[in-house]
Design a protein around this ligand. Structure first.
Ligand SMILES: NC(=O)c1ccc[n+]([C@@H]2O[C@H](COP(=O)([O-])OP(=O)(O)OC[C@H]3O[C@@H](n4cnc5c(N)ncnc54)[C@H](OP(=O)(O)O)[C@@H]3O)[C@@H](O)[C@H]2O)c1
Length: 198
C-alpha cells in the first residue's frame, strides 16, 4: 500500500476496506463490533454478480446492516441518490471508500475522448462529485479512494487510467492539506488482475 504524495502520508491514519471478505464471524474487528456498523455499497450495474452478492451476504452474516444502492458515481444524480440513501438511514456517515474503476486500454496514439471519458467517469468525475457531496457530512472520519500504481509509473496503453488515478491522488492530497479526511491507496495489480496493462 502506498500513498502517492508525502502530503497524503501526513494525514491521519485512516481505515481502509479489506478487498477480501472477513473469514470468520468471530473476528474481533468485524463490522458488528463497530458502533456505526452500517454499509451502503453502491454499484453502477447492480449486485447480480456472484462475488458482490457474496460480499454483501458476508457483511450481513457478520451483523452489519447493508443497504445497497445502484448508481453511477460519475453523475451528479447517481451521487445524490447514494447520499440520499445515507441520509435516509438516519445515521452519521462514518466514512466512504471509493473503489469504482474502469479500464479502456489503448495506445496513446489511438486514444479518443471516449477512451478518456469511460475511465474518467469514476476516477475523475466520481471522485470530484463525492468530494463535493461529502462537504454536507462534517462528521466524516475517512474518505478512501482506490487508486493505482499506474498513476506513478504510467504503463503503456493506460495513459487515461494513469491520468484518472493521478487526479484522484491529487484530490486526496488537497483534502488533507485543507484539514479534511482523505487517503489514496495506490494498489499494485495482482498477478492475474484485469488491471494489469496488456
Ligand atoms: N484489482 C487490482 O489489481 C487493482 C489494482 C490497482 C487499482 N485497483 C483499483 O481498485 C478499484 C477496485 O478494483 P477491483 O479489482 O475491485 O475492480 P472491479 O472488480 O472491476 O470492480 C470495479 C467496480 O467499479 C464499478 N464501477 C465502475 N465505474 C463505475 C461508476 N461510474 N459508478 C459506479 N460504479 C462503477 C463497477 O461496477 P459495474 O461493473 O457495475 O460497472 C465494478 O463493480 C478500482 O478503482 C481499481 O482502479 C485495482
Amino acid at each position: 500500500m502506498t500513498t502517492s504524495r508525502p502530503a497524503a502520508r501526513r494525514g491521519r491514519a485512516q481505515p481502509c476496506a479489506d478487498r477480501q471478505p472477513a473469514r470468520s464471524p468471530q473476528r474481533a474487528d468485524s463490522p458488528s463490533a463497530h458502533p456505526m456498523a452500517r454499509a451502503h455499497p453502491a454499484q453502477r450495474g447492480g449486485f447480480r454478480c456472484h462475488g458482490r452478492m457474496t460480499a454483501v451476504r458476508t457483511l450481513r452474516a457478520l451483523g452489519a446492516t447493508v443497504a445497497t444502492v445502484q448508481a453511477d458515481v460519475g453523475t451528479a444524480d447517481g451521487v445524490a441518490r447514494i447520499m440520499a440513501a445515507v441520509r435516509e438511514s438516519g445515521r452519521p456517515l462514518g466514512g466512504l471508500v471509493h473503489a469504482a474503476g474502469a479500464l479502456a486500454d489503448v495506445p496513446i496514439s489511438g486514444m479518443t475522448w471516449e477512451h478518456l471519458d469511460s475511465v474518467f467517469e469514476s476516477k475523475v468525475y466520481g471522485t470530484l462529485l463525492l468530494d463535493q457531496a461529502l462537504a454536507g457530512f462534517p462528521e466524516l472520519r475517512f474518505f478512501v479512494g482506490f487508486s493505482s500504481l499506474s498513476a506513478v509509473i504510467g504503463p503503456v496503453g493506460q495513459a487515461n487510467y494513469a491520468a484518472g488515478n493521478a487526479f484522484l491522488d491529487e484530490l486526496m492530497v488537497r483534502r488533507v492539506d485543507a484539514g479534511l479526511p482523505g487517503l489514496a491507496v495506490d494498489w499494485a495489480p495482482g498477478p492475474r488482475s484485469a488491471w494489469r496493462p496488456r
